[in-house]
Design a protein around this ligand. Structure first.
Ligand SMILES: [Zn+2]
Length: 196
C-alpha cells in the first residue's frame, strides 16, 4: 500500500489516500488522540499499515455541509465500521476520534438529521429523552399524527394545555385523555408537540 505523508496537528501522519483539501482543512479543527494516528497492520490477506483515522476517512464523501458515510450502513441508515476491536456506528466512531470518549449514559445525536453523516460538527451528546424530544421536534417520531394509533391531535393538545392552565391536574388530564401523566407533563411543558 502506498502511503502519503500528510502534515496534520503538527505531526507527520501517513494516510493512504490524498483526501480533499477541504477535508484536511476541517480536520485541523480537531485534536485526534495519538493512538488513532498510529498505524496498525492490516489483517490476514491484506497488506500494509493503516491508522484508525485513515480507515475512517477512506469511507467518507464530503458535501458542502455533511460528511456522508459511503461504506456499509445498517438498515436504519447509520454507518458501520469496525473500530476499537468491535463493530460500531460510524457517527459514534467520529465522536471518539474527534471529540473524545462517549459517556456511558449518553447517545451521539445529529443536528443535521442525516443518519449517515459523520461530520463531528453535526454531532452532539444527549440522553434517550433528548433523542426522542429531538425526533418529535423534527417530526420524525412515531408519536403524534403520523401514528395511526394516535390518541392525540392538535385540538386535544390545545385543550390539555388550556385545562391545565385552569388548574386541572396532570393525573386527571392523563385519565381524561387516555395518556400517562408524564406525557401530560411533557405536553404542558412543551417538551413534545412543540409546534401546536
Ligand atoms: Zn451532517
Amino acid at each position: 500500500m502506498k502511503t502519503i505523508k500528510c502534515k496534520f496537528q503538527n505531526r507527520i501522519v501517513q494516510l493512504c489516500k490524498p483526501y480533499p483539501v477541504e477535508l484536511i482543512d476541517q480536520l485541523t479543527n480537531y485534536q485526534v488522540p495519538s493512538i488513532y494516528l498510529r498505524p496498525f497492520k492490516l489483517g490476514a490477506g491484506r497488506h500494509g499499515y493503516v491508522c484508525p483515522l485513515d480507515s475512517f476517512l477512506s469511507n467518507i464523501r464530503i458535501t458542502k455541509t455533511c460528511w456522508l458515510w459511503t461504506a456499509c450502513c445498517e438498515f436504519r441508515g447509520y454507518g458501520r465500521i469496525y473500530f476499537d476491536s468491535k463493530p460500531q456506528k460510524a457517527h459514534r466512531v467520529s465522536w471518539q476520534l474527534f471529540k473524545g470518549k462517549i459517556p456511558v449514559h449518553l447517545h451521539v445525536l445529529h443536528t443535521c438529521d442525516v443518519r449517515s453523516c459523520v461530520n463531528p460538527a453535526h454531532l452532539f451528546l444527549g440522553t434517550i429523552q433528548d433523542n426522542s424530544d429531538d425526533m418529535v421536534a423534527k417530526d420524525r417520531s412515531c408519536f403524534g399524527l403520523k401514528n395511526y394509533n394516535h390518541k392525540l391531535d392538535n385540538k386535544k393538545i390545545v385543550r390539555i394545555r388550556y385545562l391545565y392552565s385552569k388548574g386541572v391536574s396532570q393525573s386527571q388530564l392523563g385519565r381524561d385523555f387516555g395518556i400517562t401523566p408524564s406525557s401530560v407533563c411533557r405536553i404542558v411543558n412543551r417538551k413534545i408537540w412543540k409546534r401546536v
